[in-house]
Design a protein around this ligand. Structure first.
Ligand code: 5GP
Ligand code: MN
Length: 332
């Protein structure tokens, strides 16, 4: 993969840019996609932002969200945008399979492919890009990209708002270890662009439905198991109980973090029964590498302290397998 600066000559003339991110996009995925999209528009390009699946409700207020094409709703529009693009930008993922339905299209595409991402162990399938696992977020990297282009000055309130969302959500509101001094300097610059950080936090974190809040209560009382001797905790959610509580897209967001607020718990897992597979989310504090754990046992990956994976076995079998694995591999 060539350094991202090598793509600058291609962007000298107005381009059609296809921008995409991972399936089930989070704040960093949508924030980086929209932030880059606003920036490229300001530079005279024609970006099209494609999400492989629906944008969760807590992000739908973001500037430019209405223009994002959801592949699941409009696959032909997305396919046409890809065909007519001059260049492809992939944000916040490092393996085409993280886009689910777009995997084949991206693999087959002949246009130059650019990645901007901060996950460990990228696949060598991009022509140009930045892969920096030490970065707090892909939004921080889009900010760096704009800086490399010499365009810090033209960052406006829309770009700043989108980038702020991704940095905020991927750093747990600026508390994770990757929140370096330069992240705080960047946030200072974004605030100078006129963003309203209080309302951004409220839009993202304080817009729960009443039923989501009650569901959280149920989960913590009924569905959280604590394994003191392993410094670990597990939350399991079956499809049946999610239907019972009418759980919406985005309602399970952040659940996996709660057990980490228990003193001594350094590893938290959420197992959810999805349509065609069982989805796992892993989070840790300190030196327990959940990216490795996800890769070794659950066909997944991610970051050192936040990762995910999946299993084709049944929900019950997956839980049993997880418990077996946990007894051998857990934080000390
Ligand atoms: P989440 O638990 O929020 O779904 O994912 C946490 C982190 O793990 C994200 O950075 C995400 O990119 C990564 N991740 C989640 N699921 C998978 C997966 O199935 N494969 C890989 N390689 N990474 C995943
Ligand atoms: Mn990210």
């Amino acid at each position: 993969m060539l350094p991202i600066q090598e793509v600058f000559p291609l962007l000298q003339k107005p381009c059609k840019v296809f921008i995409t991110t991972h399936h089930k996009p989070d704040g960093d995925a949508i924030g980086s996609m929209l932030g880059l999209s606003h920036y490229l528009s300001l530079k005279g390009h024609t970006p099209t932002a494609i999400s492989p699946s629906e944008i969760p409700d807590f992000l739908k207020w973001m500037p430019g969200c209405n223009n994002v094409i959801n592949y699941e709703a409009q696959p032909e529009v997305a396919a046409h945008a890809l065909k007519s693009a001059d260049v492809i930008f992939c944000l916040d993922f490092n393996d085409f399979d993280r886009t689910k339905h777009l995997e084949q299209m991206l693999t087959d595409a002949a246009q130059p492919k650019v990645m901007i991402d901060h996950h460990l162990f990228p696949k060598p399938v991009w022509d140009y890009g930045m892969s920096m696992p030490e970065k707090s977020s892909t939004c921080e990297m889009v900010y760096d990209f704009i800086g490399l282009c010499g365009d810090n000055e033209i960052i406006d309130k829309n770009i700043a708002t989108c980038l702020y969302v991704g940095v905020m959500t991927d750093t747990g509101s600026f508390k994770f270890p990757a929140t370096t001094a330069s992240v705080h300097f960047m946030i200072g610059n974004l605030m100078d662009k006129g963003i309203n950080h209080t309302s951004i936090h409220e839009e993202v974190y304080d817009a729960w439905s009443e039923s989501r809040m009650r569901f959280l209560g149920y989960v913590l009382i009924e569905r959280m198991q604590v394994f003191r001797k392993y410094n670990a905790a597990l939350i399991t959610l079956s499809r049946k109980e999610m239907n019972l509580f009418n759980v919406q897209n985005g309602d399970t967001e952040g659940l996996v973090n709660y057990p980490l607020s228990i003193a001594g718990i350094k590893f938290a897992t959420l197992i959810t029964e999805r349509g065609d597979e069982v989805k796992m989310s892993f989070r840790s504090k300190g030196m327990f590498d959940v990216s490795n754990f996800a890769r070794l046992y659950f066909n997944g990956g991610g970051h050192f302290n936040a990762s995910g994976g999946r299993s084709k076995a049944s929900f019950e079998e997956t839980i049993a397998y997880f418990k077996k694995v946990l007894s051998d591999n857990h934080p000390k």
